[in-house]
Design a protein around this ligand. Structure first.
Ligand code: PLP
Length: 461
């Protein structure tokens, strides 16, 4: 089927209105390449129109990712749209900029050896986690081989982790030992490590900014517990910090918290540039404490300015713009700018937390203090209630707000929670609009009994 008749030069000149173009009078192709070419303006507009269905990303308070983007970032992204970051030889300045970002982060996270800094950009924290995990696995195996011990049963220990760590476990054949939540806790506790670590533990993954609730796991206390284990059992177990969100928050607004390379046991850290790093989507970072912590077997060399440059990545081709935009953010904001923005986000989250505490149907699990700028709460007496947080999510969606409801991880999976992220661009005014919508919808749900979710499914089918 031809999408429409072939266009002539005359058509182009007479073109008047997108919605009177023949393409606008039919459905867009959904499974087959159209036979004919079309007017770019028409196609662009029709695709934009379809994207309305996605809602408004700025009102998506479930995502951690950057949704407020400065014009300068758009321009830099546009400028670099044709650059492949892996072509270090062809685009040496982009490679240089990536290295500057690595240096800046290593410095921000207190890497001890300025000269030995090693790290790289990735597509996000997921790829960064894979690389961090692989380095741990290789280091452990080398250690075991040197001791003449078996190497077929590696495991890693963690609290409630983001899905990327489950992927790492499965794709790279490492057992994941996810410590279940103790009653009343939202993360792994130091006293739990003893029961889960052994000689085959390649590392402990501590999360700075849990995806479930926003809290930080106590890296320093976890490291101390591992010190005790080393003294008693002789196992020197490294820590990788998943700082997807927190690694861009803590250095600015929780300066007294010890979580980074200032703790010798922390060997690697990952972060998402496209979350609180405020770069546009598609960039993450992983940094190792020192050259010795990244096994050289994992490093591949590519040509660079007549020489060679080490790379470590799962991807080959990748856009350069996000890295350049990250560098722009570092220079444009500086420590002052990051501190001001993260501080304001945290204050807005804490304000939201305070206000939610005043709603007696809600029980606050995380009120925005001590972790990332977010709040997390559950419904009081959910079992005795005629509605759930899923109903509340649905009601808020009518005003455009996207707020996720989901169960807590293992051992607390009967608790359903909602989490709201406060990012750059979520103003106090938006928070107050959200609050009044939330109050109104809660009242609506309380005074209009909804059918239980089981019945609702029955009704739809
Ligand atoms: C978001 C997140 C990830 C995954 O990061 P991407 O950048 O989305 O790949 C991993 N860990 C934590 C704690 C996260 O919040």
């Amino acid at each position: 089927m031809a999408l429409h008749r072939r266009r002539t030069k005359k058509d182009e000149e007479e073109f008047e209105d997108i919605y009177t173009d023949p393409v606008s009078l039919m459905q867009l192709p959904k499974s087959k390449l159209p036979e004919d070419a079309s007017n770019p303006r028409v196609i662009k507009q029709l695709i934009r129109d379809e994207l309305f269905m996605d809602g408004n990303a700025r009102q998506n308070l479930a995502t951690f990712c950057t949704t407020y983007i400065e014009d300068e970032v758009r321009e830099l992204m546009d400028l670099s749209i044709d650059k492949n970051m892996i072509d270090k030889d062809e685009y040496p300045q982009t490679a240089e900029i990536e290295q500057r970002c690595v240096n800046i982060l290593a410095n921000l996270w207190h890497a001890p050896d300025k000269k030995g800094t090693i790290g790289c950009s990735t597509t996000g924290s997921s790829e960064a986690a894979m690389l961090g995990g692989l380095a741990l696995k290789w280091q452990w195996r080398k250690r075991r081989e040197a001791e003449g011990k078996p190497t077929h049963n590696p495991n890693f220990v963690c609290g409630p982790v983001q899905i990327c760590w489950h992927k790492f476990a499965r794709y790279f054949d490492v057992e994941i030992r996810e410590v279940p939540l103790k009653p009343g806790e939202l993360g792994m506790r130091p006293d739990q490590l003893r029961d889960y670590c052994d000689e085959n533990t390649i590392g402990v993954v501590a999360t700075l900014g849990s995806t479930f609730t926003g809290i930080y796991e106590p890296v320093r206390e976890l490291a101390e517990a591992l010190d005790v284990i080393e003294n008693e059992r002789g196992w020197d177990i490294p820590i990788h910090v998943d700082g997807a969100s927190g690694a861009f928050i803590a250095p600015f607004i929780q300066k007294d918290l010890k979580w980074d390379f200032s703790i010798p046991r922390v060997k690697s850290i990952n972060a998402s540039g496209h979350k609180f790093g405020m770069a546009p989507l598609g960039v993450g970072w992983v940094i190792w404490r020192s050259l010795a912590d990244l096994p050289e077997e994992l490093v591949f060399n590519v040509d660079y300015l007549g020489g060679q440059m080490p790379t470590f990545a799962l991807n080959f081709s990748r856009p350069a713009g996000q890295i350049i935009a990250q560098y722009y953010k570092f220079l444009r904001l500086g420590r002052e700018g990051y501190t001001a923005i993260q501080h304001d986000c945290a204050r807005s989250a804490q304000y939201l937390g305070e206000q939610l505490k005043g709603i007696d149907r809600l029980e606050i699990l995380y009120d925005g203090h001590g972790g990332i700028p977010a709040v997390c709460y559950t419904l009081r007496d959910e079992k005795a209630t005629e509605f759930s947080l899923y109903d509340l999510s649905e009601r808020l969606r009518m005003r455009g707000w996207q707020i996720a409801s989901y169960p807590l991880p293992a051992e607390r999976q009967n608790t359903t929670v909602q989490r709201i992220l406060i990012r750059h661009g979520v103003s106090r005014d938006m928070v107050s609009l959200l609050l009044s919508d939330l109050r109104r919808e809660l009242e609506h749900l309380q005074s209009n009994s909804v059918v239980s979710s089981g019945d609702r499914i029955g009704f739809h089918h």
